[in-house]
Design a protein. Structure first.
Length: 79
């Protein structure tokens, strides 16, 4: 399972003392378990914090940028 979680909060909100009361690693636990049980590989996500503050043009550019990054990563693995 892979993807880019777009979070509308700041990184500081993900922790015991933060607004969400859990680390982001803890929030991901059910997804990791699902991937494991389904036999899917797990890749650490690239997190996008304060996504609600992102300029509209940034949203249009994000998929293209992430696609290019994933392509480069796959090319390195195939070598």
């Amino acid at each position: 399972m892979t993807g880019v979680p777009a979070l509308g909060n700041l990184a500081e909100a993900y922790g015991r003392a933060g607004q969400n009361h859990f680390t982001f690693e803890e929030v991901l636990t059910p997804l990791k378990a699902t991937a494991h049980r389904s036999g899917l590989p797990w890749y650490a996500p690239r997190l996008l914090f304060a996504a609600d503050k992102l300029a509209p043009i940034g949203w249009r550019e994000l998929p293209k940028a992430m696609s290019a990054q994933c392509t480069r990563k796959l090319q390195r693995r195939q070598r």
